[in-house]
Design a protein around this ligand. Structure first.
Ligand SMILES: NC(=O)c1ccc[n+]([C@@H]2O[C@H](COP(=O)([O-])OP(=O)(O)OC[C@H]3O[C@@H](n4cnc5c(N)ncnc54)[C@H](OP(=O)(O)O)[C@@H]3O)[C@@H](O)[C@H]2O)c1
Length: 287
């Protein structure tokens, strides 16, 4: 009974395969990738690598042939209408290849969200439901790594972590924990036709992040929250292209409005306690 992982050359896909290999033999795993050469490490592990491009329905269908399960990892494209078309190709390919189960990486609490990317994920969930293929919607939180990464070195050096997130809280989860959850649903029974909001049951604030940065690095860091427009200007001055600065400020805005504060036990039920913020900060800044 083989399972296909799409987007397998990406960070999340690679981690899912790492965790699947602890649970099933390599010859039960198929990596569907748009660039086969990029997947040589997966082939070395004994995983079958097949070409599949979300832009090309027939290639996706071929990459699904003979498999029973698919983990469909959402496209990273920044054009949301294009993502909807890519995702429809993947869903049609799964249906026409006779796939028996799809797990899809969506967006946490997507049905309550008003951000455009949530609409892409909801459109994809509904497309999957039109096929009657049993599914699990892995509604992922924002990745912790989006906020905790070497880019914070600037805040550590200056002593100031600047955002427009206010007191907003983040239910972020590491890619590795989300990958563990995906590997669990793919290899266990009983997750069919379920929606899981895979969020951190203990959301944290940027004040707390500043405090943990201080503890871990020994350099005092404080969080300063500013207005949306000021933040955009601050990020542009720091060297970010304007659209990226706008996107970052919009994410902090969503955080300040409570979009990312919602909690659920779904993740804990699948993998136990997720990695703590302090642990992620230690892994990032102490190696
Ligand atoms: N929750 C969050 O905070 C968050 C943040 C960013 C993204 N996401 C979403 O989560 C997904 C997985 O995250 P990630 O960190 O693993 O992203 P990633 O490292 O960028 O991986 C994306 C994967 O999608 C593949 N891909 C791109 N276009 C494709 C196409 N036309 N056909 C087939 N495959 C294609 C990429 O292939 P190549 O290796 O050939 O490029 C790569 O394997 C992203 O794609 C995005 O939808 C979530």
């Amino acid at each position: 009974m083989s399972m296909v992982v799409t987007g397998a050359t990406g960070i999340l896909g690679g981690l899912v395969i790492e965790h699947l290999l602890k649970k099933v033999p390599a010859n039960e795993i198929i990596a569907s990738v748009r660039n086969v050469e990029k997947a040589s490490k997966l082939a070395d592990l004994g995983v079958e690598v097949r070409h599949g491009d979300y832009m090309d329905m027939e290639s996706m269908k071929k990459s699904f042939e003979g498999a029973s399960k698919v983990l469909f990892i959402s496209s990273p494209d920044s054009d949301n209408t294009l993502r909807v078309r890519q995702h429809a190709n993947v869903v049609q390919a799964a249906r026409d290849a006779g796939i028996k189960y799809i797990a899809y990486t969506g967006y946490a609490f997507g049905e309550q969200s008003q951000v455009p990317l949530a609409f892409v994920h909801m459109a994809t969930e509904y497309a999957i439901r039109t096929t009657n293929i049993p599914y699990t919607f892995l509604r992922n939180s924002l990745y912790t790594e989006v906020f905790v990464n070497p880019g914070l070195n600037a805040a550590i050096e200056s002593g100031e972590l600047v955002t427009n997130a206010g007191n907003g809280r983040l239910n972020a989860v590491t890619r590795n924990d989300l990958a563990r959850a995906a590997a669990t649903v793919l290899t266990e029974e009983g997750h069919e036709n379920k929606n899981y909001n895979l969020v951190n049951p203990k959301p944290w604030s940027f004040d707390e992040l500043a405090q943990i940065l201080t503890e871990v690095t020994g350099k005092k860091v404080v969080h300063r929250s500013i207005a949306f427009d000021e933040m955009k200007e601050y990020l542009v001055k720091a060297g970010l292209p304007e659209p990226v600065a706008e996107l970052s400020a919009s994410i902090y805005d969503a955080v300040s409005e409570g979009e990312t504060a919602k909690t659920s036990d779904d993740l804990t039920n699948l993998i136990g306690t997720p990695t703590s913020l302090k642990e992620v900060v230690k892994q990032t800044f102490q190696g």
